[in-house]
Design a protein around this ligand. Structure first.
Ligand code: GDP
Ligand code: ZN
Length: 302
């Protein structure tokens, strides 16, 4: 039988579930792929691979295609920096926050958005629990994000409002979701994904420890095509691999202002002739975003 091309949708203890035109194949890695120095996982969920079919829908992965992009982190390791892929080839990051209960933590959202910018992955914001605050209040909370390039979908997992729009945004893509607990991420995924097992996810979260707890082990197929993955570990993505002087470059609204500051090493805090501060004062930069920038710049925990 000729080799097959497919997408890794699940990984568990050295077994990879690969989705191909002829269904799901349970695969192991060809031995030679495991040799040599390791700078990270050899295969990740989201990778495209070629496999040699064996009997009973099992196979051997012979080849991993180069990744277009990856959501990754540099994990400190005794052997040096370990390039840990959380998910290969994501099309977008999806950040779920609630409008209320709990109150949205914009500092955390902005931190997530910096990670997306840094990794070159488009970001979508989901503002959930609009049933608790109404449309107007929800827009006053999240309305400044679309003009920065981050679309916002307003949803209620409780009433179903906006869930269809969210599906439309997800279909045909590989999306990776993150958000603070209690925001309603599981409720939304339950509404969207048939067979999504919330309880199993909770168990794996509770037992997930160590280096691999942040890595995506499974992505779930959407009815109309595409996949959604969940990661509990994005918070663990430190910003330490972003130099403090580069941070302003990951805020789309600050990026074009930086060159207009009087000093070229301006931190945009106290310096005279700061174009960023001027823009904040004139209402061209949202004060909350500026606050987030300062907290990240000067190392305050979120
Ligand atoms: P997760 O921790 O982000 O996965 O959040 P869950 O999906 O477990 O939801 C946390 C709590 O918020 C649960 O009690 C849900 O029933 C509730 N919840 C989720 N979505 C909504 C919503 O849209 N509106 C309201 N009022 N409650 C919601
Ligand atoms: Zn400045």
């Amino acid at each position: 039988m000729p080799s097959l091309r497919g997408l890794v949708v699940r990984s568990q203890s050295g077994f990879y579930t690969v989705n191909t035109e002829t269904g799901l194949w349970m695969c192991r890695l060809r031995g030679r792929l495991k040799r040599g120095p390791r700078l990270g996982d050899i295969v990740s969920v989201g990778d495209w691979v070629r496999l040699t079919p064996l009997e009973y829908q099992t196979g051997i992965i012979d080849e991993i295609e180069p990744r277009v992009r990856a959501l990754s982190r540099l994990a400190p390791d005794p052997r040096g920096e370990y390039h840990q892929v959380i998910l290969a080839n994501p099309d977008q990051t999806v950040y779920v926050f609630s409008c209320s209960q709990p109150e949205p933590r914009f500092g955390l959202l902005d931190r997530f958005l910096v990670i997306s910018e840094r990794q070159g992955i488009p970001a979508l914001i989901v503002a959930n629990k609009i049933d608790l605050v109404g449309n107007k209040k929800a827009k006053s909370l999240f309305g400044h994000y679309p003009m920065l390039g981050y679309p916002v979908v307003y949803t209620s997992a409780l009433t179903g409002k906006g869930v269809q729009e969210l599906c439309t945004r997800l279909v045909g893509k590989i999306s990776v979701c993150a958000g603070p607990s209690g925001a309603g991420k599981s409720s939304l995924l339950n509404a969207i994904l048939p067979g999504f097992d919330l309880s199993a996810l909770r168990v794996s979260r509770a037992t997930g420890k160590g280096r691999h707890s942040t890595v995506v082990r499974e992505m779930f197929p959407l009815p109309g095509g595409g996949y959604v993955a969940d990661t509990p570990g994005l918070k663990a993505l430190a910003l330490w691999d972003i130099a403090a002087e580069e941070l302003d470059g990951y805020f789309p609204e600050l990026r074009p202002l930086v060159s207009q500051c009087q000093f070229n090493n301006c931190t945009h805090s106290q310096e005279p002739g700061c174009a960023v501060r001027a823009a904040v004062e004139q209402g061209r930069v949202h004060p909350q975003r500026y606050r987030s920038y300062l907290r990240m710049r000067f190392g305050e925990e979120e």
